[in-house]
Design a protein around this ligand. Structure first.
Ligand SMILES: C[S@@+](CC[C@H](N)C(=O)[O-])C[C@H]1O[C@@H](n2cnc3c(N)ncnc32)[C@H](O)[C@@H]1O
Length: 237
């Protein structure tokens, strides 16, 4: 049974009980909040951090942390620490600064175990080429066991309209990854959870989730989405 509890913004640097954080969206800076989680406690980190591209859609919405990378190493160092040995971290990233992400991930201990591409039927933008895909790295802490039936590294994308967040990820596109890299009742952490798409995918797959988000407005949206009764859900994109 899942319910969404309101967790107050954390201020004191005391340790948090992981149990109390299950199925919650925590408001705050993930670099600080994750320091309060026990090490080696999370089964899967699945996240969509800022792309470091100063993204400005036509509607004027902005993404916190998108203009500087001060959070990059501290956040992934904590993600690595809290992840169980033999666990995976799946992280979307911006292709134009791929080198920054790879350098940061490797510097904190992750090794690359795979690369995933989601193909879009429409162009999300264009410069020298049209942008028809999203991408993420599959990162390993230690040496995870190989799956008996690995999933394809090319996945389908689903249009969301970005109703909840300017860089919203479609829940339907996340579900195959959640199912491939975690088991029912395992704990999935998204330290940059925005409108809660990864927590939604975790909940719909009977996993436990912990979401962290800096902005209060997105925390509220995420909690609302997670609280919706199945009959109120318009779709899972
Ligand atoms: C790319 S968006 C994630 C969007 C999300 N996947 C969704 O579907 O809604 C990244 C999010 O990270 C948040 N963020 C940026 N820096 C952060 C930090 N230090 N701690 C926690 N959240 C942060 C931003 O406010 C933004 O909502």
């Amino acid at each position: 049974m899942h319910f969404v509890k309101e967790t107050p913004a954390a201020t004191a640097p005391s340790m948090l009980s992981l149990h109390d954080c299950l199925d919650t969206i925590i408001e705050g800076d993930c670099c600080v909040i994750m320091q309060r989680f026990p090490g080696n406690s999370i089964d899967l980190v699945f996240t969509d951090p800022p792309y470091l591209i100063n993204y400005r859609p036509r509607d004027g919405r902005t993404v916190a942390g998108d203009t500087n990378d001060a959070w990059l190493v501290p956040a992934f160092a904590e993600a690595y620490r809290v992840l169980k040995p033999g666990g995976f971290c799946i992280s979307f990233y911006g292709t134009s600064v791929a080198d920054k992400y790879l350098t940061a991930w490797k510097s904190v201990g992750f090794r690359t175990a795979g690369h995933l591409v989601w193909v879009k039927s429409y162009a999300a933008g264009s410069a020298f080429v049209q942008y028809h895909h999203e991408q993420a790295y599959l990162l390993a802490k230690g040496s995870p066991k190989r799956p008996r039936a690995p999933i394809s590294d090319v996945q389908n994308w689903y249009y969301t309209g970005n109703r909840f967040h300017p860089t919203q990820k479609p829940v339907k596109a996340l579900l195959p990854l959640v199912c491939a890299f975690s088991l029912p009742d395992e704990v999935i952490l998204d330290p940059f959870c925005g409108s809660g798409s990864v927590p939604m995918a975790a909940k719909l797959s009977s996993r436990r989730y912990i979401g962290i988000e800096l902005r209060r407005d997105y925390c509220s949206i995420a909690r609302q989405r997670l609280n919706e009764k199945p009959t109120e859900r318009r779709n899972v994109s």
